[in-house]
Ligand binder design. Structure first.
Ligand SMILES: Nc1ncnc2c1ncn2[C@@H]1O[C@H](COP(=O)(O)OP(=O)(O)OP(=O)(O)O)[C@@H](O)[C@H]1O
Ligand SMILES: [Mg+2]
Length: 257
C-alpha cells in the first residue's frame, strides 16, 4: 500500500536546499556536535538553515543548543519548527520526550514519516540532519524518504570507528547515495595521516580533521560559544565542499561561499 504521506514529504522538502545527514556507523564520535556546529556556522554565514534531530534513542542537539523546554514547534497547517539561534529546529524529542523505553523499528519509521510529513521547514539553503549511530533502520528509512539526501560521515582517529565507516560506505554505495566525505573528529595528533590515507583508499574524500578540544564539554548548552571551540573551524574547512548548490530550489539569499 502506498502511504499518502510519501507525496506530502516530497512536497514539504521541495524548498529545503541541500539535505545533509551527519552520520557514522559508530556512536559517540561527535555527530551531534558537528551537526550543531555546522548548522550554527552556516547561520552565521547568512544561510537559511534547518537542524533536524532524528536520533530516536539519544537525541542531544536540544541539550547542545540549550533549547528551553517551552520552545516548541507551533501548529499551523503542520508543525512549524521553533527558531533557535537563528536556525529552524526540529527533533524527535518532541515526539518521544524523555521516556527511556526505546521505540521499536516500526514505531521509529512511523515517527520519522510523521515528522517529515508535518514539518513546515519553509525555504532553506541547508537542512542538517543529526543521525543516530549505526547504519540500521534510520539510515535506510531516511534514504527511502528523502531522495536528495547526502551523507557526511564522521569518524574518530580510531581504526575501530573507521572500520564501521567502511561498512557504511559500502551500504550507501549500494543504495547510490552520495557521500560528501569524511570528517575525522577529536584528532589528538596533527601529524597522523592514517585515517586520511585509509579514507582515500576507500575512494572517499577526506574533508578535514577537527582537533580534540577540552573546551567542547563546557560549551554544551551555550551555543553562542560552540563556534569558539575547535568545532568552530569546521565551517571554514568544509566551505568548498558545501559550495556546490545542488538541489537548491530557492536560490541562496545568504552570503555565498
Ligand atoms: N572535537 C571535540 N573535542 C572534544 N570533545 C568532543 C569533540 N567532539 C565531540 N566531543 C565530545 O564527545 C562526546 C560525544 O559527542 P556527540 O554526542 O556529538 O557524539 P555522537 O556521535 O552524536 O554520539 P551518539 O552516537 O550517541 O549520537 C561529547 O561528550 C562531546 O562533548
Ligand atoms: Mg548524537
Amino acid at each position: 500500500m502506498i502511504d499518502p504521506r510519501m507525496s506530502i514529504i516530497k512536497e514539504r522538502l521541495t524548498k529545503t536546499g541541500r539535505v545533509i545527514a551527519i552520520s557514522s556507523g559508530k556512536g559517540g564520535v561527535g555527530k551531534s556536535m558537528v551537526a550543531s556546529a555546522l548548522a550554527l556556522g552556516l547561520v552565521r554565514r547568512g544561510f537559511r538553515v534547518g537542524l533536524f534531530d532524528v536520533d530516536f534513542t539519544g537525541p542531544s542537539t536540544h541539550i547542545i543548543l540549550g533549547v528551553a523546554r517551552d520552545v516548541q514547534p507551533v501548529e499551523d497547517r503542520g508543525l512549524v519548527p521553533a527558531e533557535v539561534e537563528g536556525l529552524r529546529y526540529m527533533s524527535l524529542v518532541y515526539f518521544i520526550g524523555d521516556r527511556p523505553a526505546p521505540l521499536r523499528g516500526g514505531e521509529v519509521s512511523n515517527a520519522l514519516i510523521e515528522l517529515l510529513s508535518v514539518t513546515q521547514w519553509g525555504p532553506l539553503d541547508f537542512l542538517i540532519v543529526d543521525m543516530p549511530p549505526g547504519i540500521g533502520d534510520a539510515v535506510l528509512d531516511l534514504v527511502r524518504l528523502v531522495k536528495k539526501i547526502e551523507f557526511l560521515i564522521i569518524t574518530t582517529p580510531s581504526l575501530l570507528a573507521f572500520e564501521v565507516v567502511k561498512k557504511q560506505t559500502v551500504l550507501l554505495g549500494e543504495l547510490g547515495i552520495p557521500i560528501i566525505g569524511v570528517v575525522e573528529n577529536m584528532k589528538q595528533d596533527n601529524r597522523s595521516h592514517v585515517i586520511e590515507s585509509q579514507t582515500e583508499k576507500l575512494g572517499l574524500r577526506y574533508l578535514c580533521g577537527v582537533a580534540f578540544d577540552p573546551k567542547v564539554e563546557s560549551v554544551i548548552g551555550h551555543p553562542a560559544r560552540l563556534l569558539d571551540t575547535a568545532l568552530g573551524e569546521i565551517i571554514e574547512k568544509l566551505e568548498r565542499f558545501l559550495a556546490a548548490k545542488k538541489g537548491n530550489a530557492d536560490g541562496l539569499q545568504g552570503s555565498d561561499f
